[in-house]
Design a protein around this ligand. Structure first.
Ligand code: DGJ
Length: 729
């Protein structure tokens, strides 16, 4: 009896009668917190949409989690925490108690702020939540400040967000990889202990792990059903996503996301506000697919530069000639591209550096045209592009230089990141190192590279912004000796400020985000970039996996996907041209080769494929993605996906054979996302055999296609299908 009374008393303190619930909602989801004045803010619920009356249930039903929304170190020392600070007097105690809840709005949506303050120190943390009209995304971040008289407060850990998730069979999906093997998906059940995803590259952050994860609350992930939470940290630098799973009576998984604290203590001045990068969250009852579609929509509408501008078909010169650039080769590629119906030519690395010449180990940073290779310079190339009715683009890698063998190093050695007393570590070519983006002079230099090119050659329509080395020399000559731990944060603040300047002056130039392929595929950068170079690996078979992973959070419109020569330069694999086009045409189609390497028949095939892509690109680039058969599942035999336009009148279906053996039976594929009551005519794109021929022109109902599916007829090795579905009224 005494135990029951004690339990009731505890409940009364834990659930006061007049709790202030903070309800942040999208059309389909609710995030609920409790923010009672002078108490710690509590997280209660994130899931399907509740109405305001439902919130009262939390007072009486025992539902919800009631965990600290932003746990401080030193609260439950056994558990993980979101924030750890050292006050100016050396004390590390912190208590964040609610002082106010405010709501404001702008043209994008609503911003809710739960303001908190320490009861002893003038130390404040605002917990911020933002919705985006018309999307299923809620962003969370924090703003930290103080007015302590004795000096700086050291932020030792400063997570952007904490999301408690409750369930006995919760799974996490995350991505790992490396150069040319980006975005490998791994799905694991959460067990007691800690699950951590982090990246310490310093400059690029997505070759290895990605700062996006999904959590399935209903056991193993499904593509089309089950409750799933998706989370993406928008920040181009080092990060840490961790999930602490406890087992005290019930499984609660504490998900923390933010800048990784390793070697990143931040000395916060009085009056300065530290804004942590936002974590975007989405909740769906339609499995992984629902989360992907929510992020794609939000990305296009709010995060990706010109998210709804149709992306052009381009030819990038890299795998065609590598650094062996000259006027004739560029002109010949432009002519062939024009014949094929392409729209944009990009001259990759190798066009610059007069004194030292450009090799992997020299010339980087010297952004003057190599007159031996291009005696008539860039204007002659822009003229050539004009004659061929294609746009002209150019490669740069502005944040790096060769720390030997460059005029930049000769003139400005102090602009390079370096550790005093140590010879810089050279990464690519033995001497490439990052410039110090914390230094405003370096920021001016980097802005000046872009500004100089675009001012001198206004005909440049596209920039490929590359980043090929990690932060090896963790030291800045610009930052004070006692503030070296700010480098990871300040580098990216400098980069973002520079990109902001570039975009303010050049909103219409198309800019590709490349980092040795997909080393920088992160929403923190997408406001400045139109697309990414998904991977340096152009092997179509492996690209199915890489693009599959990338599509979990990013739409097809930004996914640079290029047809390259066969045998493939990275894998040596020989893959039919149809398969190569079918894979590249599920992203932003391009070419990465000399078209003169095509046979005359291949040239005609490529010409038809490009024309079809241009006709279908609105569906592919802006349609809703449905992943139908995963290459990771079904014995890995097949991969299949489709895009459906908004009014479900037009769709494009793809199937790729991933394995080949005798007596192999490929089962029919059920389509998704169509209108069951609409009739669709099937039309094969990139046809190269008659296997699907009898289906050509057939009219089938959306209902039949989604429930009975159809057989893609993938008989031969590397067989693939690309089928257009058009509504017939
Ligand atoms: C790495 C990129 O990913 C390639 O496409 C190419 O641009 C090279 N750098 C050039 O150095």
């Amino acid at each position: 009896m005494r135990r029951i009374i004690l339990f009731c008393l505890l409940c009364m303190t834990a659930f006061p009668a007049f709790a202030e619930y903070v309800h942040i909602s999208t059309e389909k989801t609710s995030l609920v917190l409790r923010a009672n004045r002078n108490e710690a803010p509590l997280f209660i619920f994130y899931g399907s949409r509740l109405n305001d009356a439902d919130l009262k249930q939390f007072d009486v039903s025992g539902a919800g989690i009631f965990r600290h929304a932003y746990p401080e170190y030193n609260r439950h020392t056994a558990d993980d925490f979101a924030i750890l600070v050292e006050h100016a007097d050396g004390n590390i105690m912190l208590r964040l108690l609610v002082t106010a809840v405010t709501r404001s709005g702008d043209d994008k949506g609503e911003i809710v702020t739960i303001s908190t303050k320490d009861p002893v120190y003038p130390f404040y943390v605002d917990l911020k939540y933002r919705t985006y009209n018309g999307t299923e995304i809620i962003e969370m971040w924090t703003e930290i400040r103080h007015s302590e008289k004795k000096g700086d407060v050291i932020l030792k850990k400063y997570a952007s967000a904490h999301l408690p998730v409750w369930g006995h069979d919760v799974w996490v999906s995350h991505q790992y990889g490396d150069w040319a093997k980006e975005c490998t998906i791994s799905e694991e059940k959460l067990v007691p202990g800690q699950f951590v995803v982090k990246n310490h590259d310093g400059a690029r952050n997505t070759h290895t792990a990605h700062s996006e994860i999904m959590l399935s609350l209903d056991g193993k992930f499904s593509e089309d059903h089950g409750r799933v939470i998706g989370a993406a940290l928008s920040w181009p630098g080092n990060y840490k996503l961790s999930i602490d799973t406890d087992k005290i009576g019930k499984f609660v998984h504490h998900f923390f996301a933010g800048i990784d604290e390793t070697a990143s203590e931040y000395h916060l001045k009085a009056g300065e506000t530290f804004v942590t990068p936002p974590l975007a969250l989405s909740f769906s009852t339609e499995g992984k697919g629902g989360i992907s579609r929510a992020f794609h929509k939000w990305g296009r509408e709010y995060k990706i530069h010109k998210g709804y501008e149709p992306r052009k078909v381009l030819l990038n010169s890299w795998e065609g000639v590598y650094m062996d650039v000259d006027h004739e080769k560029m002109a010949s590629m432009m002519k062939d591209l024009s014949y094929l119906g392409g729209e944009l030519f990009v001259m990759d690395d190798g066009w610059f550096a007069n004194k030292w010449g450009r090799t992997e180990g020299s010339g980087l940073g010297d952004w003057d045209v190599d007159l031996k290779k291009l005696p008539d310079g860039i204007p002659a190339l822009i003229d050539e592009a004009g004659k061929n009715n294609v746009l002209f683009g150019i490669w740069i890698e502005p944040e790096s230089g060769n720390w030997k063998n460059s005029e930049l190093w000769e003139k400005h050695p102090d602009w390079f990141l370096q550790n005093p007393g140590y010879e810089p570590l050279g990464i690519r070519g033995g001497s490439q190192a990052l410039l110090d983006m914390t230094n405003p002079k370096v920021q001016d230099f980097v802005f000046g590279i872009v500004d100089g090119l675009l001012t001198e050659y206004p005909g440049i329509a596209y920039i490929k912004w590359d980043a090929n080395v990690y932060m090896a020399n963790y030291g800045s000559k610009y930052l004070p000796a006692k503030r070296q731990s700010h480098l990871g944060v300040e580098y990216h603040r400098g980069l973002l400020a520079t990109l902001e300047r570039v975009r303010a002056k050049y909103p219409d130039v198309i800019i590709q985000d490349c980092a040795s392929g997909g080393g920088r595929v992160n929403y923190g950068l997408m406001p400045y970039f139109d697309e990414v170079w998904t991977s340096d690996n152009t092997d179509a078979w492996q690209r199915v996996f890489i693009q599959w992973g990338t599509s979990e959070f990013f739409p097809a419109s930004i996914m640079g996907a290029h047809v390259s020569a066969s045998p493939n330069h990275q894998s040596g694999r020989v893959v039919p041209l149809k398969y190569r086009f079918d894979v590249a045409m599920s992203g932003r189609l391009g070419l990465e080769m000399k078209p003169s390497d095509f046979s005359p028949e291949e040239m005609e095939f490529a010409k038809r494929a490009i024309a079809d892509y241009k006709r279908l690109r609105d569906v592919i680039q802006f349609g809703e993605l449905y992943r139908l058969v995963s290459p990771y599942e079904a014995n890995g035999e097949l991969a299949s996906l489709m895009y459906v336009n908004e009014d479900k009148s037009h769709a494009v279906f793809y199937a790729y054979k991933m394995k080949h053996y005798v007596n192999q039976h490929i089962t029919p594929v059920c389509l998704a996302g169509l209108d069951p009551d609409k009739m669709y005519r099937l039309h094969e794109i990139n046809k190269n055999d008659d296997a699907f021929g009898w289906m050509e022109g057939t009219v089938v109902s959306g209902r039949a296609l989604m429930s009975a599916g159809f057989q893609p007829y993938l008989h031969k090795e590397y067989a693939s299908r690309m089928i257009e579905l058009i509504e017939v009224k």
